[in-house]
Design a protein around this ligand. Structure first.
Ligand SMILES: Nc1ncnc2c1ncn2[C@@H]1O[C@H](COP(=O)(O)OP(=O)(O)O)[C@@H](O)[C@H]1O
Ligand SMILES: C[C@@](O)(CCOP(=O)(O)O)CC(=O)O
Length: 635
């Protein structure tokens, strides 16, 4: 049963770990954009099998097929082997603090990004009297990619007429070692109040959950000119030749965006320039599956072309997520935040998170990541409000509002977000955010006054809930307070139902929870399927230990929910946002010197959600506590 634990709270109900694979059970309908996704329900079994097939393929080290795809060499060249060995040694040295790569870190700008703003960052005086320049030192986050970059820079030939810079086959660049692999991770979210209304300029209240995406970035030998996506959750594996990507279009003076720009709309010409490189992605997959893959590939490629350069190091980006896809828990935003953070780190546009980081500096870095994650969301959703990527970037809980799409949203961090006893249940009915958002937009056109009033009413619900939660005497163990908040939850669901974004399965779920009389339920996220949250009714008003409904009531409810095929998730509310593991080495009780190096093979082999969490989870490992190697920007 999903039990949401808020910031400092204890898990209070029995926890049922769902099998990994909610991700498979998602499909989307009627995407608004040619590259937006969905997999129809009837293809689920097939999708599941395909995923297994692809995972197996990945394990076998075999690779993709189509014309523009390149195969990864299955046998490493002597150069590759040397580079890989050097990378592992550097990773372990960095992890054990025996390497001083910091001096490399000052090399900047080889990625073609504008660096002036970064250079303005103030040096920080430490208590021991030393001074660090945040962008290039700190936790060494931006160090490693440099060596590969520098090598690439030295050998760049003249551009060809199409703007590409061909690399003679087998060219061997400078002898700098391979950048060690690193990881980034970002959480999913639940919207507690205000989904859909937030797309129309109203406020929404949302919090990070402990389900997360994990992206491993592995740098290849410089003799390879490829960038590869391995996204086994959606059966996507694709390799592009870096040199034939449309750099000229993305880097023309009128189009090039700076890494700190606020980009609020996609450039149709750039989207067009990307298309030939997307058509080859999964060209033999069933259409619905292909749409999901194209959405993710498009988000990556647009960001890679915007933030990288033809001199970007050849890399493999391997993504695993514990967030069910298309369930209303912000899986796409979490993915986009990981991609944005990884590319910005590789571009040296970010100071990595580090101890003693000033709050405003962390905020600035997060804002950068968030802005580009929003661009990725534009490619997947069409018209996102930005609340999902904001929570996936910054974590914890926020009150979010975007009144003017040409300006940054207003984001109030809810530092004192209360411990709310929540139940999270997934109908496993696939949905498309783009399609649900489009439904509401259509209703606004056909019934402007009515739809307008419903959205205003949702806004009032969010406002009231915020006022209640923010009040000094709010106590989530107090029956009257929780009853009031619960009524707002139920009202919010009714209004979403009126907008037409519920689903028979969500209504079934709500009916079962209402019958059990354990609390107040609303859909969360886009609706049309996906998840619902229930604010649990306390049985007494006195202590937190007795404030939840009796276990037997839950046992019965759990059985009934499972009989309907619903999935109950265990997570916690209000955790950290985007985090970095640099290098990708964890203690993990390993006998390896310096710790366990996380490589692609291990990462791909991790079994399901639990396997991913126990291998690399920001929380997990032996003691089940936070893994100290992961670092977070904490504003
Ligand atoms: N684990 C993942 N791996 C790769 N792509 C993903 C993953 N999770 C989500 N995506 C991308 O995001 C899309 C789901 O977005 P959406 O329908 O908004 O669902 P959600 O509500 O979960 O964010 C997928 O079609 C896919 O393109
Ligand atoms: C419906 C909406 O408010 C939330 C969508 O969340 P999700 O994609 O279902 O996780 C859309 C948005 O805010 O962009």
């Amino acid at each position: 049963m999903l039990f949401l634990r808020t910031p400092l709270g204890e898990e209070r109900i029995f926890a049922l770990q769902p099998p990994f694979g909610g991700a498979w059970n998602r499909m989307h309908a009627e995407p608004e954009q040619p590259w937006a996704s969905p997999v129809p329900a009837q293809n689920l079994g097939k999708f599941r099998k395909d995923k297994d097939r692809v995972a197996q393929k990945e394990r076998d080290g075999r690779q993709q097929r189509d014309g523009t795809s390149l195969s990864q060499p299955s046998t490493p060249t002597p150069d590759d082997a040397t580079d890989a060995a050097t990378a592992k040694i550097s990773a372990v040295m960095m992890a054990s603090g025996t390497s001083d790569l910091r001096s490399n870190a000052a090399t900047v700008g080889s990625n073609g990004l504008e660096m002036e703003e970064e250079m303005k960052l103030p040096d920080r005086q430490h208590s021991n009297g030393t001074v660090t320049t945040p962008a290039y030192r700190g936790n060494d986050m931006s160090v490693e990619a440099n060596s590969a970059h520098k090598g690439a820079d030295h050998d760049v030939p003249e551009t060809t007429p199409n703007g590409a810079r061909p690399q003679p086959p087998g060219t061997r660049k400078g002898s700098s070692p391979l950048a060690p692999a690193f990881m980034v991770s970002a959480p999913g979210k639940v919207i507690v109040f205000g989904e859909h209304a937030v797309v129309h300029g109203k406020a929404a209240m949302a919090a990070a959950i402990s389900l997360r995406s994990y992206l491993l970035v592995t740098t290849l030998s410089k003799s390879q000119r490829t960038v590869t996506l391995r996204f086994p959750d959606i059966s996507l594996s694709h390799t592009w030749n870096i040199d034939i990507l449309p750099w000229a279009a993305f880097h023309s003076p009128s189009k090039k965006r700076k890494y700190y720009d606020l980009v609020t709309a996609l450039d149709p010409e750039l989207v067009e320039a990307m298309q030939p490189h997307l058509t080859a992605v999964s060209s033999d997959a069933p259409p619905a599956e292909q749409k999901i893959q194209h959405a993710a590939a498009a988000a990556f490629l647009y960001l890679f072309l915007s933030l990288g350069s033809q001199q970007s190091p050849p890399c493999v980006y391997t993504l695993r997520s514990t967030i069910p896809i298309g369930a209303g828990l912000g899986s796409s935003a979490s993915t986009c935040v990981c991609i944005s953070a990884a590319l910005l780190l590789q571009s040296h546009a970010l100071a990595g998170p580090h101890q003693d980081q000033l709050s405003e500096e962390a905020e600035k870095q997060l804002e950068r990541i968030n802005r580009w994650a929003f661009v990725g969301e534009l490619l997947i959703h069409g018209n996102p409000s930005g609340v999902d990527n904001t929570v996936a970037s910054g974590g914890k809980a926020v009150l979010f509002k975007r009144a003017d799409y040409n300006k940054p949203p207003s984001v109030a961090r809810l530092g004192d977000f209360p411990e709310l006893p929540l139940l999270l249940v997934d109908t496993r009915q696939a949905k498309s955010t783009a399609a649900e958002v489009a439904k509401v937009a259509h209703l606004r056109t056909t019934h402007p006054a009515v739809a307008g009033h419903i959205l205003d009413a949702i806004d009032k619900v969010t406002e009231s809930a915020h006022a209640l939660i923010a009040s000094a005497d709010f106590d989530s163990n107090n029956l009257a307070a929780l009853q009031h908040l619960g009524e707002l939850v139920a009202l919010n669901h009714g209004l979403l139902f009126s907008l037409g974004v519920s689903h028979p399965k969500l209504e079934k779920l709500r009916g079962l929870v209402d019958d059990a009389d354990v609390g107040w339920t609303k859909l969360t996220g886009a609706g049309g399927g996906g998840c619902a949250i229930t604010l649990l009714r306390p049985t007494t008003t006195s202590s937190s230990s007795s404030s939840s409904p009796s276990p037997s009531k839950f046992q019965t409810l759990q059985t009934r929910l499972e009989a309907e095929g619903f999935e109950i998730y265990t997570t916690t509310l209000g955790g950290d946002g985007v985090g970095v593991l640099m290098p990708a080495v964890l203690t993990n009780g390993s006998a390896e010197v310096g710790g366990e190096v996380i490589d692609q093979d291990k990462f791909l082999r991790a079994e399901g959600r639990e396997g991913v969490e126990s291998l690399v989870g920001v929380v997990g490992g032996g003691a089940g506590g936070e893994r100290g190697e992961w670092r977070f920007w904490r504003p």
